[in-house]
Each structure stands twice: as structure tokens, then as C-alpha cells.
Write a protein of this length. Sequence first.
Length: 302
Amino acid sequence: MDKDNFLGRWLADDISEEEKKEFENSKDYLAYKDILKGVEKFERPIFDIDKGFENQKEYNKRYKATSESKVIKPRFWLYAAAAVIVILFGLRTVFFSTIEIRTEMAETKTWTLPENSVVTLNADSSIEYDKKSFTKNRIIQLDGEAFFDVEKGSSFTVKTKNGDITVLGTEFNVYSRDTHIEVHCFEGKVQVSNSKETIILTPGKAIKSNAEGSLDSKEVKDSKPSWMLGKSTFNQVTLQRLIQELERQYDINITTNNIDVNRLFSGFFVHNDLDKALKTCFEPMNISYIINNSKNISLRNK
């Protein structure tokens, strides 16, 4: 196989059946094919092939080539695409070094990081990190909620849009959605920093942000986050946040109608029985609910 111009000939469909079969059985075939899908989204340059052919003949006459050469109509965009593929293939480790782990509605997932720390994601959450540099800097981005069991070692930092959490080796839970952040420390020490302050948490301690963005301290009694034990627990949260969590855990849509979603709720709901969860949440608030179908719930005041 002539590797010097093989990619260009492959793109131009100018290879023999034997070469084609050999290439499709090679380890590089799938990688080139995937990259080509992206290249095909580029706008192809427009060339006037006939005009280019005539210009080439005029050029040959003017310079009186000593030997007769065959002029081939060039397939310019195909060979340009081959060059782009070579570049992208060489740089693909740069573009694909970021690892993203995501959970859907009503899903949890456990993931082991390169240095053996373990992350368990709650529903509708994601983490992201650079696999090439992670073992050196141990920095991870979180959107949503996750429990971290961190391997002892160098500093481990969880970055969120609402603040950063830094530890050396510990167990802690981070909730970061919208403008709210909440961190529970179960083992070791946890440093939580946002734009306003920095707080050190020890086992059994927690913080949550208030409406002004400051960090309020509170106690933690459980040994693990309640959501890892199959229920979601709340202390003085708005109905809006409660409803959002119900939607995440059960993959449903809740229509609030004229319900005041700024009312405060303290309590819990289980993750394995929708009807029981709805009763636990709304009956104490004097709110009735209608299950329209498996995905849609309507609320109304009694």
C-alpha cells in the first residue's frame, strides 16, 4: 500500500479492491472514518474544473515542456480533506483527552478515577476531567450532585460554578445546581471556597449557600448521603427545589399550576415508589396531585 498518497486516493475512491479490503481490516480504518464524518461537515470549496484544465493546457504551451505529461483533472477538495484528516488524526489526543461522565434522569452511576478515587453521581449530573493531567493535578469539574471517596495523596479539587472544594483524602458530598451549593463532609477535612469566603469542614459538618451567596454551616448526622440509600432528604428547601428533585429521580414532568413554589419543605421521599413519594411530599403541604400518565403529574391546592 502506497502510504504517501493513499488517503487522498481512498477519499477519491481511486484504490483497488485489494487495497480497500486491506485498509478496512486495519486498526486505523475506524479512526479515519470517524474523523471523516467531521470533515464532511466542512463546506467544500467550489472549483471550475474545466477552466482549470484549459489554464493548465495554456501553461504547458507557454513553457514548452520537454516531455509530454498527462494532465489529470484534480479533485481538489478530496485531497485537501485528506490533509485535514492527517492533521486531525495527529491532534486527536488533544481534542479527546477530556473524559465526561453523565447520568440521565432517574439514573445514578459510579465511576473510578485514574488514581482510584471513586465518584458516585446522582441523577442528572456530570463530571469532567482531563485524563492526561488528572493524576498530577487531581482537578475535576462537577455539575449537579455527586459523592466523592477520595484516595489519599495530593490535593484533590472539585470545581463547580458555585464554588470549589479541595481535599487531601476524604469522603464528601457536593450538590451544585443553579446558584446553590451544598457540601457535606463525612470523613477527613474539606475546604469549600466561593467568591465570598472559605470554610474548612470536618466530619459531621456541612455548609449550604444562602440567598446572598454566603455559606451557612450545619450538622450532618448520616454516614452517607441519603440519596445513595434510596431517598432524598430536605431541610427548609423551596417547593421548587423539591419538585425539581422529584423530576430528576423519577424522570417525570410536574405541572405546578397555581402552587406557590417558594413555600418551604422539610422531609424526604423514596426513589422506588412514585405514588408514595408524591404523598410524602405534597399531602403535608395540603397539595393534591393527579397522575395524568407515567410521565406527567399535575398539582393543585386542596
